[in-house]
Design a protein around this ligand. Structure first.
Ligand code: NAD
Ligand code: DAU
Length: 360
């Protein structure tokens, strides 16, 4: 069995799933501009509420020969097989997922379909390419490991203990990826990453939700006591970690990815309020911290996540570049400067734009 990408053929036709979402669109923008990748990117996305082609409008017009979009649901195996054949797919970077924990509590069925069945379909389509296929990179989450107390870290060999329908469905997909490697020899790598933040994140997630609500003078909902801890990673650092693993990671291996930035939720909300007060002082002169509202806790809310990413650092030389302080400021500025993107998301205008472009 080939050990890593250096022993493999060059990737010519990379299928990226979920490329119109937050991390997927950042990854496509990052990769297509790199000097060490000259292949084509075929972006397969169902365009759910979280998929927004506007995230890649500039890439679609600047890289016509190397960027292709296909509106496909990964739960549709026939369409997937067609795409694999049509574009001679030789590698996959798999982002597509239902990704929001709160939604998984309300509508878990979509998570089972997309995250488990969709991943299974992709593995089958990859398997059917036989020797032509060189790499399946699976993008996963630290949430599969469950919740930590005040101390400790998640390691690659920490037992899986998912607590939400979202994390359980991601755990199932991780197991399928591993099983295809062990049973069929599918060349896979897996990354389990902590919370991402940065440009193009859909404003249901904590950081963009708080930025936009604070700008509108709306309540800033903090679940429970606000002392749950997450580790935060700037999205471009995550993109670099994924490409590093795809290029140099050992086949069959899992790599944890983290930001070295553990933070209580309440502190993040306060930091956003303070940055906004400084850059865009509130019209009524009242500090935005006054908008913070403690609300009912999320059921099964994991208390703390913290990542040990020393394997990725030692073996492949990756470390995060952005500090949380500078990354958060950049992110706040991005949302302040993207008034059209924000307005489209808020009014749902981009949904009708998508229907016009791609049908319902
Ligand atoms: P996102 O919700 O912003 O984007 C998901 C994308 O997948 C959207 O474009 C959506 O249209 C597409 N999609 C959903 N169902 C599909 C289907 N059935 N067929 C085809 N496309 C479909 O998600 P994100 O935050 O960018 O996360 C991307 C991946 O990274 C996910 O697998 C997630 O589990 C993982 N991850 C996310 C984070 C984070 O903090 N956001 C951290 C670690 C891992
Ligand atoms: O850890 C990686 C995971 O991070 C990814 O796998 C998920 O796809 C991604 O959504 C994210 O999950 P979280 O549940 O940690 O992210 P979220 O932004 O929803 O919440 C972050 C923390 O903030 C969490 O402790 C819940 C809390 N929260 C969230 C929202 C939306 C609030 O207190 N108020 C809120 O309104």
């Amino acid at each position: 069995m080939k050990k890593n990408i250096k022993d493999r053929v060059e990737i010519r036709n990379l299928l990226v799933t979920g490329g119109c979402g937050f991390i997927g669109s950042n990854f496509i923008r990052y990769l297509i501009k790199r000097d060490d990748f000259s292949g084509r990117i075929i972006n397969v996305d169902k365009l759910t509420y979280a998929g927004n082609p506007e995230n890649l409008a500039d890439i679609a017009s600047d890289y016509k020969a190397r960027y292709i979009f296909e509106k496909v649901d990964i739960c549709d195996i026939d369409k997937l097989e067609e795409v694999f054949k049509k574009y001679n797919i030789d590698a996959v970077c798999h982002f597509a997922a239902e990704s929001h924990v709160d939604r998984s509590i309300k509508t878990p069925g979509n998570f089972i379909q997309t995250n488990i069945i969709g991943t299974f379909n992709l593995l089958e389509a990859a398997k059917s390419r036989g020797e032509m296929f060189c790499l399946f990179h699976h993008v996963s989450t630290d949430e599969v490991y469950g919740s930590l107390g005040a101390k400790g870290l998640f390691y690659e060999d920490t037992p899986y203990r998912p607590n939400s329908p979202y994390s359980a469905s991601k755990a199932a997909s991780d197991h399928l990826v591993r099983a295809y490697y062990k049973t069929f020899g599918t060349p896979v790598t897996v990354s389990n990453c902590s919370n991402n933040y940065g440009p193009y994140q859909f404003p249901e997630k904590l950081i963009p939700l708080v930025i936009l609500n604070a700008l509108d003078g709306k309540p800033l909902p903090v679940y429970g006591d606000g002392k749950n801890v997450r580790d935060w990673l700037y999205v471009e650092d995550h993109c670099e970690a994924i490409w590093t693993i795809m290029m140099s990671g050992n086949i069959g291996q899992t790599y944890n990815v983290g930001g070295n930035a553990e933070m209580e939720n309440i502190l993040i909300v306060q930091m956003i309020c303070d940055i906004l007060d400084e850059i865009k002082p509130p019209a009524d002169g009242k500090p935005r911290r006054n908008l913070i509202t403690f609300v009912k806790d999320r059921p099964g809310h994991d208390r703390r996540y913290a990542i040990d990413f020393s394997k990725l650092k030692k073996e492949l030389g990756w470390s995060p570049k952005e500090s949380f302080k500078s990354g958060l400021r950049k992110t706040v500025n991005w949302y302040l400067n993207q008034s059209k993107w924000v307005a489209n998301i808020r009014t749902g205008a981009y949904q009708s734009w998508m229907e016009e472009q791609y049908g319902s």
